[in-house]
Design a protein around this ligand. Sequence first.
Ligand code: ARG
Length: 463
Amino acid sequence: MAKLWGGRFQAENTKLLEQFNASIPFDYKLWKYDILGSKIHSKMLCKIGVLSEEELMLIHQGLDRIAKDIQDNLFNFDIADEDIHMAIESALIRDIGEVGKKLHTARSRNDQVALDFRLYVLDSNQQIQQLLITLMQTLLEIAKDHIHTIMPGMTHLQHAQPVNFGFHIVAWCMNFKRDLERLSNSYARNNYMPLGVGAMAGTPYKNDRDMMAKDLGFIAPTLNAMDTVSDRDFALDLLYDLSMIAMHISRIAEELVLWSSYEFKFIDISDAYATGSSIMPQKKNPDVPELLRGKSGRVFGNLFALLSVMKGLPFAYNKDTQEDKERVFDSVETISLSLEILNEVLNTMSISKENMLRMAQVGHLSATDLADFLVRECGIAFREAHHITGKIVAYAESKNQDISMLDEEEMLGLDSRIKKGVKAVLNLEASMNARDSIGGTASIQTQKQIETLQEWINHYNEK
Ligand code: ARG
């Protein structure tokens, strides 16, 4: 079959070349954007007098028929067409004849692909923002129910200080808030319209790029033609943003794995989102969180793959950049699915307040409160108070007890400098609520954090 660009060629391409060179096996996913771009481009050609009104109508009708065929699964994506741009253009020429051959005036595949791919990236950016908002809302609903649920807060994965479960969930939620802000920043940075710059240097036609930018919903046309056809920063921005999301998901997934183990039993993942073992009948495995944790590998890999493709490329367009699409498609699809299923897991898991409290009662979580009491109420220097507390911890351990279980008399007997009222500060709830500084875990502070996040989400939804 003759190629659209075949004028100067005397021999046919081999099958092997076609297979190696083609992007249609994956870039068919851009078909909607390609058709949209062609409609806007032809409308502009009509405005500047390259196409008559009648020719424009024929082109638009032809493009609509192609869109319908693709939607109905009747379109033949042929590897001989190389890419989605030529597949649609040749289908148009087959359909409407000579007029179809005018469509590619004042356009190159270089600006065409830059447009299609940017539209895909920006759309995906917005879809993922929506998924993040849904997830944040789910997290806030959980947090709202648990501002009094005491659990052990950890550093080094060792018991540290008592916190409430809502506070822990707000910490997760903050990660996704930053992800969302990152996405909207990169959206704004890349919201410029590539079409109409031609192969690399502009075109001799009076392309009305302002009009196309407006019609396609961009802020403005891109500034420099050479940059426009060689730039893939918009794709890398998205891959980085998605990598950050993947990293956050993996940390949360790790906690879900830990928390659903017998050692913790803080949560129980719904049967609908857990799996069994083929040999051990008693097993209920957290496959979903494990996969969520594991998916970060491919998402980080996609970022690094495209960075490596772009490194050292001379300006302007190079075929290397055809390698951009599969990496981005894969990250977008992986993260979309991950966010959706994480949301489901969180919505359906059960939470054990009892087990959280039980685990908060071991590990001497209120030891810091005891030291603070010795400083505040007994006039002891902090270093010394730290030492006395350590001795009391050792005493409690020798009795196989948590310091919160010791009674007042017993403690007063351990050091003459200790004053009455010490028992009260060891209470877990009192300890948690004592952390009342801005951003602290006290139920009142957690409540404020939840309200602030809720307002932020409401404001986002109103935009
Ligand atoms: N399939 C190509 C890509 O994905 C489209 C641009 C090709 N341009 C060219 N002059 N060969 O990047």
